[in-house]
Design a protein around this ligand. Structure first.
Ligand code: SF4
Length: 502
């Protein structure tokens, strides 16, 4: 669908123009934003420096969060004043809100230049150009996928770790979720294309890949291969140079033993599983239209722990779904106690317009949701803390993600099981680069992270070299390398970032 609505635009300013992508919502959007940045790079735009007002501001929106539309229109309103003073500035809105609201956006915010949907991200540069040339807002929303988004150019946030989409959309119909109506039915990417992308990432220096899909273990449904995800995991695990393979998120209903076998038997598949529980009450799971029951969920965890005893298991839980009674919530607490998650991402249910749950009776009053939420968080924090404390004294291999921070002088990274580890640097000690791997012994543990302050050994990696190259490319400044303590001013990642506004 293509619609044109009027907007007064000034002629284009002299090149090169700068851009900023502001990202809301889930990991899928964060990865989409990497593609939007890659597309804009390819079209000759340059990323705006930190703190600098960009010529082109792209909002990659989310329709899931409460008040998502108020936040978007609030942000657009603020930007309208900036635009008045900057002739030639352009504003684009994409992502799920754009897919949902379509031409409503330019009606409510006529200073917006481009609205594009989740199925046609690749059109962004052309739409910006056309809006400028025609001095008219361009609204282009497709109802189904045009090009599989992973074929688009990508500017990746990290040189050591990459996200690789294996599917988009979802065939399930969870009643709280907007994805099926906005992202459409599941579309699976061909295994050869996925492997080619993983190999390209490895060639660029990445050590870690995370396979991404709304429901990764139903991968293959489109080409009728039930074992496709397990095969894919094994194949990705064999790609030379890739040391860490992860995936998110599987659905408990589709989780099969062949995937657990592939996880256990592929050394590069990390001992970690993120599997959304959502509720421990079978009554609520039924109204959520989640087709597994809590006993099945627990059986999968048991099987995973039998095969991979040191696996860290994380989950998502929604509190206060419509109709949730105290006994339903108690059932969730019971499953949480039995599951011993290393971490849970807990959400208070809020109405998401356009979802079946939004119009269900028996919405739970806010204060009850809050009170249950606090009980759940307290329980999970206690379990997380216990689990983390059990790792004190163990040796962990940490993939470094950041240089030391100014406040604590510690750098951070992820252990193989994906736990966050902060590592202290002794005075004069060599500092690893993001992408290098350090071997540490855990000295202390908090509910959300582990600490190590007793020294480390560094394994320099191709990913660390890639980080050096990206530093040099982005600012021409010498990068901090192993054996060098960076000056205070060089702390932090390169200036180029995809904005993440939550
Ligand atoms: S499995 Fe359910 S929650 Fe996940 S994307 Fe599909 S419909 Fe949404």
């Amino acid at each position: 669908m293509t619609e044109i609505s009027p907007v007064a635009l000034a002629p284009a300013p002299a090149a090169p123009q700068t851009y900023e992508v502001k990202t809301y919502g889930c990991q899928m959007n964060v990865h989409d934003s990497e593609r939007l940045s890659g597309l804009l790079d390819g079209a000759g735009y340059a990323p705006a420096a930190d703190g600098e007002q960009a010529d082109i501001v792209v909002f990659n929106t989310c329709a899931v969060r409460e008040n998502a539309d108020n936040r978007l229109y609030g942000n657009l309103g603020r930007l309208s004043h900036v635009k008045e003073e900057r002739p030639g500035m352009q504003i684009a809105v994409g992502g799920c809100m754009a897919q949902k609201d379509r031409d409503e956006i330019v009606k409510r915010a006529p200073w917006v230049d481009v609205v594009f949907g989740t199925h046609n991200m690749g059109s962004l540069p052309v739409l910006l150009e056309r809006a400028r040339h025609n001095a008219e807002a361009q609204v282009e929303i497709l109802d189904s996928l045009d090009v599989f988004p992973s074929t688009l150019p990508t500017r990746r946030e990290s040189t050591h770790s990459g996200w690789v989409s294996i599917s988009v959309g979802c065939n399930n119909t969870c009643t709280f979720c907007i994805v099926p109506s906005l992202r459409g039915k599941e579309k699976d990417r061909r295994p050869g294309d996925i492997l080619a992308e993983v190999e390209a990432l490895a060639a660029d220096g990445a050590l870690e890949v995370t396979l991404l899909g709304q429901n990764v273990n139903s991968y293959g449904a489109e080409f009728r291969d039930k074992g496709a995800f397990a095969k894919l995991l094994r194949a990705v695990g064999r790609v030379e140079g890739i040391e860490r393979v992860r995936f998110t998120s599987p659905h408990p209903a589709a989780f099969s033993t062949d995937v657990i076998d592939a996880m256990a038997e592929t050394p590069t598949v990390m001992p970690q599983l993120h599997m959304p529980l959502q509720s421990g009450s079978d009554t609520i799971l039924r109204t959520m239209r989640r087709s597994y029951r809590s006993s099945r969920f627990l059986r999968i965890l048991e099987e995973v722990r039998e095969r991979i005893p040191h696996a860290a298991i994380t989950t998502d839980i929604i509190v206060g779904f419509p109709g949730e009674m105290e006994e339903d919530f108690e059932a969730t607490l019971d499953v949480v106690r039995a599951s011993r998650f290393s971490q849970a991402f807990t959400f208070q249910y809020s109405i998401r317009p356009g979802t079946p749950a939004a119009t269900m009776p028996d919405q739970v009053p806010k204060e009850i949701v809050q009170e249950r939420f606090e009980r759940l968080v307290a329980l999970q924090d206690r379990i997380s803390h216990e689990q983390n404390r059990a790792l004190i004294g163990t040796r962990q291999e940490v993939l470094v993600h950041s240089l030391p921070d100014a406040q604590h002088g510690r750098f951070s990274g992820r252990a193989e099981d994906h736990r966050l580890v902060h590592v202290g640097v002794a005075e004069g000690a060599a500092v690893p680069r993001p992408g290098d791997v350090v071997s540490v012994v855990i000295d202390d543990a908090k509910p959300y992270f582990l600490l190590s302050d007793s020294g480390y050994s560094i394994r320099t990696t191709r990913a660390g070299d890639a980080h050096d190259r990206s530093q040099a490319d982005s600012c021409g400044a010498p990068a901090a390398g192993p054996g060098r303590v960076p000056a205070a001013t060089s702390l932090g990642m390169p200036t180029l970032r995809v904005g993440l506004d939550g």
